[in-house]
Design a protein around this ligand. Structure first.
Ligand SMILES: [Zn+2]
Length: 450
């Protein structure tokens, strides 16, 4: 059994989960047929078989018998816009550039601090219920989104958007830096909020503001994330404007680094993949959004072969239309096989790693999140195996990627706190928020002013 510190010597044990099929997401580690974890003060203190955990269970404050469910790390969504729920299904059948114009046209009338909080609360609830315990999220207003995350008890990496044109909510381009500074100060050292800077993209933010956003992230040791190389049109625009392709332009601007997470990276040449690999930049792969907007299919096997860390995301539910990491996992596994006519590409365990420990690495938290290991933060989920599509299970990773889904997630814990119990959120009353969103949706549908 893997244990941490002197917990076996008699320290308090808050919780033991036992009787689970344990998938630790540790590279190369075997799965446990019937085992679990022990949790103390929000940390995992032991991972082992039921027999190994028996002594800890005997003195634990709470014992959960998992009844054969799969115990695994919480999923980490490396690219999302949770507050977009209010516009789910509103703008359809367009490619990225006209789609963005249509989305912004509506957002300028309906994005307020109040609607952002409501949208984020619902979007983040959707994520929690599907087993996501950490999300990297960007939106016009990061403050209400962070407040919704704290109220729900989900871990979030977010921070100020940057945008050179007129922003939603009347935010002027010169205001972003001050907003970003204030966000870093407000959430410095926060348990659930990991601050960063989140400029929209290099086609909407000029080099000076991109550099300013990156410098802020560096100064506060935060993350830096932006959209990049999502479409062929973006590559053409940036090449015409700056005389270099998107990733080369970012490299010249000084934005590629180990703190950088680039969403999409669909259209890359070999030289750009080398630049990402050499700089330690992470790619957040969003296969659902890339397919729905007709953007293309990212070169994930080439990125992996080059040594680039690939994490997984959902993007927003306007380009989704749900925010389902299980669908992202399945498509991440299936697309390379179909596109390259090669079923050996991208193994299930690699895909689960993208959705767990690679996501933790993207956030700079690989030593604290992303796997079930003694000493790590106790972010974990239970995935039911009492279902017609879940018997038998010969290989846990194969089952998780190709057969399991968001409806199988029954219980979710963030830092040892149970935030979903028996498929229901424990931290807020979701029902009245859903009613409020239906009312908001009715106004948006008829373009009734708020
Ligand atoms: Zn996005």
């Amino acid at each position: 059994m893997a244990v941490h510190g002197d917990m076996l010597a008699g320290g308090p044990i808050d919780l033991v989960v036992r009787g689970a099929a344990v998938f630790t997401a540790v590279a190369g580690a075997p799965t446990l047929a019937s085992g679990g974890i022990a949790v103390s003060d929000g940390r995992i203190v032991a991972v082992g078989t039921d027999a190994e955990l028996a002594g800890l269970a005997a003195r634990a404050g709470r014992v959960i018998d998992a009844d054969g469910a799969i115990l695994m790390p919480g999923l980490i969504n490396a690219h999302c816009h949770a507050a977009c729920t209010q516009h789910r299904g509103l703008v359809e059948n367009l490619s990225l550039e006209p789609w963005l114009q249509a989305v912004w046209e509506v957002e300028q009338h309906y994005v307020t601090p109040e609607t952002t909080y409501l949208g984020a609360l619902i979007g983040l609830s959707e994520l929690l219920l599907s087993g996501v315990t950490t999300v990297m999220d960007m939106f016009w207003l990061c403050e209400p989104t962070a407040e919704a995350a704290v109220d729900l008890g989900i871990r979030i990496s977010t921070g100020s958007w940057f945008f050179d044109g007129p922003g939603m909510c009347g935010i002027r381009p010169e205001e972003w830096i001050g907003r970003a500074e204030a966000f870093f100060e407000r959430y410095d050292g926060h348990e659930l909020v990991i601050p960063g800077t989140f400029p929209h993209a290099s086609y909407t933010v000029g080099p000076d503001n991109l550099k300013a956003a990156f410098a802020l992230a560096e100064r506060h040791d935060g993350r830096f994330s932006t959209h990049a190389a999502e479409t062929r049109a973006e590559q053409r625009i940036i090449t015409e404007r700056y005389g270099a392709s998107v990733i080369r332009h970012m490299e010249r601007t000084g934005l590629l680094s180990e703190r950088t997470v680039l969403a999409h990276c669909v259209h890359l040449d070999d030289g750009e993949i080398d630049l990402l690999a050499k700089s330690g930049t992470t790619v957040a792969h969003n296969p659902v959004s890339n397919l729905k907007l007709g953007s293309g299919v990212a070169r994930i096997p080439d990125l992996v072969a080059a040594g680039v860390t690939v994490a997984l995301g959902t993007d927003s539910c306007i380009s989704g239309n749900d925010i389902d990491m299980w669908l992202s996992m399945r498509l991440a596994a299936l697309l390379p096989k179909g596109v390259h006519e090669d079923p050996t590409l991208i193994r299930p365990a690699e895909v689960v790693a993208m959705a767990t420990r690679n996501g933790a690495a993207a956030l700079g938290l690989g030593d604290r999140l992303g796997t079930l290991e003694a000493g790590k933060i106790a972010d974990f989920i239970l995935v039911s195996s009492r279902a017609a599509h879940a018997v038998p299970i010969y290989d846990l990773a194969t089952h998780l990627v190709y057969a399991a889904g968001k409806g199988d997630v029954t219980d979710v814990f963030v830092a040892g706190r149970q935030v979903v119990k028996d498929r229901r959120i424990t931290t807020i009353d979701l029902a009245p928020r859903l009613d409020a969103m239906r009312e908001l949706g009715a106004k948006i549908a008829t373009r009734t002013p708020l």
